[in-house]
Ligand binder design. Structure first.
Ligand SMILES: Cc1cc2nc3c(=O)[nH]c(=O)nc-3n(C[C@H](O)[C@H](O)[C@H](O)COP(=O)(O)OP(=O)(O)OC[C@H]3O[C@@H](n4cnc5c(N)ncnc54)[C@H](O)[C@@H]3O)c2cc1C
Ligand code: FES
Ligand code: FES
Length: 457
């Protein structure tokens, strides 16, 4: 591994940071502190408000908005970053995105505006739904109508991404801290075995909160972004093989390109925001093994499998067997999640993935349900129903599945299955919903499946 300074391209200019700079400092703290670039704002410091949005300019021209309050300097090492100070119009004045927002009266106090400008600059290139683009940016005073109108008229400025720093170091150091960026699977597994207590950092949308909110300073971090095997994405007729460190943004694009995965695409579009999906990964969702991890119910319902690897070898298992308890998974010491395979739903089956949350966007699940139901004519011949938010882990509901299999796909059958589901679960009460609410909601989500798809597929 080569030790060297943190290096990235900022607003088109190569930067090498002083040797003692903490690789675990958030990009936002560095921008507003040592870099004195205070255009980027801090609101919530937890990925929710988007005031801190900056854009990663990718080699393929993609513009990925991210929350600089969650991104660590070691994570953006080797990348190209653009902040609001790096936007200019052709005349050297305000950029057309900035002009569009000003002319639409889309800014009052202006606190959210730099983040919204950066989101808009990325959106002008990436396209898609305006509301989806804005889901990660809060504005407390303007009202969204003028912002949405301004976004609707944005056009890509056509500028190419600048070059990233060449041959960036793979080991970053500061007093009491080491940040590893292994470039191969062998290197990763060797590091993992040697440093069992190091943070294993993927997108950092969970781990980053420990820095931004709790102000923890990890002594050792192993970052997964540069390991090719963990970043693969291959879509075939059978399904999608996805590296554990590939972002939701990339998985969403693959799901949108295949109608068989349309319900998964619709669910992923509601996972966090574009900023969160630009960094967050399915590997991280599996790593946390949270009962409300959004990617987990569809993976379980589809029968997805994953491969974990350590120096002692490779193990393959079903995702449902990987999730063993409340925030507990089957990883053994020294192992990492390498990749997963998401099978395409069988032809002629019904695949559904539903998420119930207080807001449609940028909100954590209260109850989630995913199902794959197979038919022979109008009779159900197979059912996999996975629930999230109704117990300590995401898991299948065997009584509900048993109530469906062998029966005609009718409202009466689904009613019996929903009652079995309600009787089988023991949800918790918390501020998102009482146990009773969750029980009724989970049953109703199953009933909703039938209402949405009353015909056998
Ligand atoms: C504002 C905000 C909104 C969010 N919205 C949602 C949402 O709607 N739905 C949802 O499900 N989640 C949501 N999250 C949570 C988070 O985005 C997801 O859990 C995401 O999948 C985490 O992935 P990551 O790559 O960022 O994980 P990281 O933060 O990098 O890692 C999370 C954990 O997984 C471990 N890990 C990561 N990769 C591996 C690997 N390859 N092998 C072994 N262990 C690994 C890490 O060590 C760590 O313990 C949100 C988070 C924020 C901040
Ligand atoms: S400061 Fe609110 S998302 Fe980063
Ligand atoms: S203009 Fe004030 S918060 Fe958006």
């Amino acid at each position: 591994m080569t030790t060297g300074p943190i290096a990235f391209t900022l607003n088109g200019t190569p930067r090498r940071l002083p040797p003692d700079t903490s690789p675990s400092m958030t990009l936002l703290d560095w921008l507003r502190g040592p870099a004195a670039l205070v255009g980027t704002k801090e609101g919530c410091a937890e990925g929710d408000c988007g005031a801190c949005t900056v854009v990663l300019e990718e080699a393929d021209g993609a513009r990925v908005p991210v929350n600089s309050c969650l991104a660590l300097l070691g994570q953006v090492h080797g990348r190209c970053i653009r902040t609001v100070e790096g936007l200019r119009g052709p005349d050297g004045g305000a950029h057309p995105v900035q002009r569009a927002l000003a002319e639409a009266d889309a800014t009052q106090c202006g606190f959210c505006t730099p983040g919204i400008v950066m989101t808009g600059w990325a959106h002008a290139r990436e396209g898609g739904d305006v509301h989806d683009a804005l889901a990660g940016n809060l504005c407390r005073c303007t009202g969204y109508r003028p912002i949405v109108e301004a976004f609707g008229a944005l056009q890509d400025d056509g500028a190419a991404s600048p070059a990233p720093p060449s041959a960036p170091a793979t080991r970053l150091e500061a007093p009491g801290q080491v940040f590893h960026r292994p470039a191969s699977l062998d290197e990763l597994l060797t590091l993992r075995a040697a440093h069992p207590s190091a943070w294993l950092l993927s997108g950092g949308t969970d781990l980053g909160l420990r820095v931004s909110e709790r102000r923890e300073v990890p002594a050792e971090v192993i970052c997964l972004s540069d390991v090719p095997e963990l970043n693969c994405l291959e879509a075939t007729g059978d399904g999608i093989r996805l590296g554990a460190a590939a972002s939701y943004r990339r998985l969403l694009a693959a799901c949108e390109a295949d109608t068989g995965f349309a319900p998964l695409a619709a669910l992923l579009r509601r996972l966090g925001s574009r900023q969160i999906r630009g960094m967050g990964t399915v590997g991280g969702n599996l790593g946390t093994a949270s009962p409300i991890g959004d990617a987990l119910p569809p993976l379980v319902a589809l029968g997805a499998s994953l491969r974990v690897e350590g120096l002692v070898g490779l193990r393959e298992m079903a995702v449902e067997d990987f999730l063993t308890g409340y925030r507990i998974n089957a990883l053994r010491p020294g192992e990492v999640i390498r990749d997963l395979f998401i099978p395409r739903p069988p032809a002629g089956s019904l695949f559904a993935a539903e998420k119930l949350s207080k807001r449609p966007d940028q909100d954590i699940t209260t109850v989630g349900i995913s199902a794959v139901v197979r038919f022979d004519g109008t009779r159900v011949v197979g059912a996999r129903i996975a629930l999230g938010g109704t117990g300590p882990r995401v898991e299948r509901c065997a009584p509900a599945e048993a109530a469906l299999v062998g029966q005609p796909w009718t409202r009466e059958t689904v009613e019996i299955a929903a009652a079995a589901l309600e009787a089988a679960i023991t949800p918790l009460s918390d501020w998102r919903g009482s146990a009773e609410y969750r029980r009724i909601a989970a049953g109703n989500l199953l009933r909703r499946l039938w209402h949405r798809h009353p015909e056998a597929a």
